[in-house]
Ligand binder design. Structure first.
Ligand SMILES: Nc1ncnc2c1ncn2[C@@H]1O[C@H](COP(=O)(O)OP(=O)(O)O)[C@@H](O)[C@H]1O
Ligand SMILES: [Mg+2]
Length: 257
């Protein structure tokens, strides 16, 4: 049984000067999928995420969310429509506590929806604490973000993105900068937190153990093109993926069409 189509990217193209960062990308994402984007540095993963979230405008192509054209909309409007993201480097206020970071994110979110009610601090704290509890961060809510180890800081960043119950969550390298022994516990927590709502998630990820364990689909990029889009076991066994993503570090030739 096929699930509902949530996002369709068709014919997406983006050049930066002579660099083609996206070449005719076609991607359909169905509700509830957990997808990994893989590819070496410069392959075009972040550009793809940036186009979906409105931070980069495609030169050509269309992005449909629930059938509505969101191409060219601002990041703010796209967030309001239910697409949330985290960044490769967490966008947090290090000198504020975890809870205060959540409250800031909520205020920004509520402002987007024109819901801001200054008298509702207690409500806001409860809402923030609900999300923090899902990410097992309640014990850390009073700590300053600057004091947290990398894994917890990434969790806070993802918890912030979850403010406002998005339909689609895009995580750019959630485990980068996280110590090896922290990665699996961290991803267990993230997946459990996501599992509590019908959420579709896309992760940019370099660790193939994480990819195989937590995702049900892999999209592999090379030089602005998609070279594989399949179940993790199939995609990771693909010859081009082995050659250009998981194998040799410095490929000389483009993949065969
Ligand atoms: N804002 C930009 N200006 C110029 N070149 C860019 C910009 N963003 C990305 N690129 C280039 O586009 C290509 C794809 O980059 P990116 O999407 O960041 O790759 P990845 O996330 O897979 O490492 C790279 O060659 C990168 O240098
Ligand atoms: Mg990137």
């Amino acid at each position: 049984m096929s699930q509902a189509l949530l996002l369709r990217a068709q014919g997406l193209h983006k050049s930066f000067g002579a660099v083609v960062a996206a070449h005719d990308l076609q991607v359909d994402i169905r509700a509830g999928e957990r997808i990994s984007l893989i590819g070496s540095n410069g392959a075009g993963k972040t550009t793809f995420v940036n186009m979906i979230t409105g931070y980069v405008q495609p030169d050509q192509g269309q992005i449909l969310l629930d059938g509505d054209d969101i191409t060219g909309k601002s990041p703010r409007d796209i967030t309001r429509l239910g697409v949330a993201r985290s960044f490769q480097i967490p966008q947090l206020y290090p000198s504020l506590s975890v809870l205060d970071n959540m409250l800031v994110a909520q205020t920004i979110h509520d402002n987007r929806l024109s819901l801001w009610r200054p008298a509702n601090k207690a409500d806001a704290v409860l809402r923030a604490q609900e999300v923090l509890a899902r990410f097992r961060l309640l014990d850390h809510q009073r700590r300053l973000v600057a004091e947290l180890p990398g894994g917890l800081r990434k969790l806070v960043d993802i918890a912030l993105a979850m403010t406002g119950s998005p339909k689609l969550l895009l995580l750019d390298e959630p485990t980068s900068g996280v110590a090896a022994e922290e990665k699996f516990p961290m991803m267990d927590t993230v997946m459990q937190a996501l599992g509590s709502q019908p959420l579709t998630a896309l992760f940019v990820e370099h660790d193939m153990d994480i990819v195989s364990r937590y995702c049900d689909r892999v999209i592999a990029f090379y030089s602005g093109r998609i070279i594989a889009d399949d179940l993790p076991a199939v995609a990771l066994a693909n010859a081009d993926v082995r050659r250009y993503v998981t194998g040799e570090k410095d490929p000389q030739e483009p993949p065969h069409a």
